[in-house]
Design a protein around this ligand. Sequence first.
Ligand code: GDP
Length: 739
Amino acid sequence: MSLRIALAGNPNSGKTTVFNLLTGATQYVGNWPGVTVEKKEGALKNRPDVLLEDLPGIYSLSPYSPEEIVSRDYLLSSAPNMILNIVDASNLERNLYLTTQLAELGLPMLVALNMSDVVHKRGDAIDVAKLSQLLKLPVVEISALHDEGVREAVEQAIHLAENGEWSEPPCVFSGSLEHALAHIEDMLHHIFEDEKHGEDHHHVHRHHSRDGGLAVDIPEQQLRWYALRLFERDPHVCRQMALDEPTQARVEMLISAAEQAEDEDAEALLIRERYDYVERLTAACLVHSGKRKSAELLDRLLVNRWAALPIFALVMFAVYYVSISGLGGLLSDWATDTLFGALIPNAVSSWLAALQVSDWLIALIVDGIIAGVGAVLGFLPQLAILFLCLALLEDCGYMARIAFILDRIFRRFGLSGKSFIPMLIATGCAVPGIMASRTIENDKDRRMTVITASFMPCGAKLPLIGLIAGALFGGSALIAASAYVIGASSVLVSGLMLKKTRRFACSATPFIMELPDYHLPNLRNVLLQAWDRCKAFIKKAGTIILLASMLIWLLSNFNWRLQMSPADASMLASLGNLLAPLFAPLGWGSWQAAVATIAGLTAKEAIVGTMGVLYGVELVSETGMEMWSNFAAAFTPLGAYSFLLFNLLCVPCFAAVGAIRREMDSARWTLTALGYQACFAYGVSLCVYQLGRFLGGHGFNFGSAAAMLIVAIFLYLLLRKQRYQCEFAAACNPQGCAK
Ligand code: GDP
């Protein structure tokens, strides 16, 4: 009889290396039926009767990706004699997640801790005996790269396969969950007729579906696997098992009880407890060297469930303090007021006047280009310092921890754990952020991420944040930090609201990431990264902002008869005046603000550029100080804050809209996204302005009433009951779900 051994493990755990070592040249490479996932198999070099089958690299057995589905179907239906689980021991915690799932399949299994050379080199050690005891599985250490222990491991695997003994699954879940699972398992035991399956000595539970046909064969050792799938309302398994309605109702009752007890939905509950188990397992079996110990202590603080967020908030506040109020603020003030406000324009205008250039051209260059581009470039020092701080945080390993913390929060808000990477990237620029959402397999999660990613304040919005904070709030770092808080909250609030609508109702995809080691930042890397971002900013100032500033200047200095005219009678003013009433309820109904908002669609820096052209010009005095005081006089602080919020949250720049269109691949979804963003921004700004006015003692009026109504609508959308379940639940739930 020939034996089949399945190689399973995370991507990059070393499966290919093991496979090549054991099979040599006898490999066959093809595709799994129906999908483009590669399938490799080969006979062992010295045992042609043993076939090694290499499964695709996967992180879990949840049906989220083709690789996961292929592996899961194969292990369940083709029942190999043995699973050889290759674990990257240098990333033990991440890898053991899959191990616990594989162990539930009811197949004989051997865990091979690969890369043990890396573990030893770090000075760490793994207590193999303890791990084996806790997992209830045989565990061995190997190093595929150095060909150490691999052959012994496969010998042991063959031995186990020949005996065909399957082991008990490890105790992964907590008491109340195990209780519910045991009940479901028990129910499966009872409702299925016990049958001897031919010559085979395995017990097979065969369940007859309601129409009398055979629904599914379940070997006894797989009952737990099926109970777990029922518990997480797995749609495939629910359909496959076709339980009768009373049984479905009983299962649903058990699930709901557990969900209520733990205040978490069933699937998330299983995922969380599995994480917790793997964390405990790793802590019990991995013995760290001293250096790793201090890193672990640090992690205990920085990634702590309670302390992590306040620490993160403090760190970010410090970063904004240094870049917006502190050194960055000082340098930017100098650049705006002195360099671009006096030195350069004065020098250029006298030089151009000496060359006898006509007045209007001087005005275009000085009041249009220099004022517009200068207004934007004036914020470069603030940006440079911010980029530098962020690069430092990233290089020393803290950013990955932030990602980890945010991931945990995102999942709680029903957003895919994978969304936070696009969000993190979007704080640099929304375009790559939106593109990064491609890694999310679930359509609903991906669309939601595309819609909300641009709420994060990108680098281009920073000049606007700096302008409002500087001109109206005395350079307050709080205003700057609040922009990030509002951006991130908007993502979360939208996540909650959208998840309750039919189009987005579905549970979030789990995501597993590893935390990199801490290390001292490499100065060269940090500088390079900060410089790269600054370069992009400068390039934009020299291209899009330059053109936009020229256009704004021309439109604001000529009337429709193409004669020079005061700004208030210009083409731009008449266009802006058309739109201004729309924004008046938000507290900034001037034509200049309306025009700047529209200009911001070309690039968000253009808002500041436009303001520079429209407000900065007349102020370039002899001393050049206080370039933005005209701007400050045109707004109330509350109105300015509302202006900031609207421009942070509303439709992003054209480049990002293009990215949304590409990722959505549908005009309707693109319009939905843009419409949602515009409405959300309008609603938030209106509420902030009108309620702020009311609370500031300016009396109750129609605007305050409208704002209260909007708040009520937001609250309703947030707090209403989840009416739509994802189709996963619907397949299991006898009551079905509202289609
Ligand atoms: P797969 O994605 O699981 O097939 O992983 P690969 O076999 O391609 O291995 C991923 C990387 O890990 C390759 O660069 C291997 O050379 C390396 N690798 C595999 N096994 C070991 C090992 O035992 N020790 C070390 N240091 N590296 C290994």
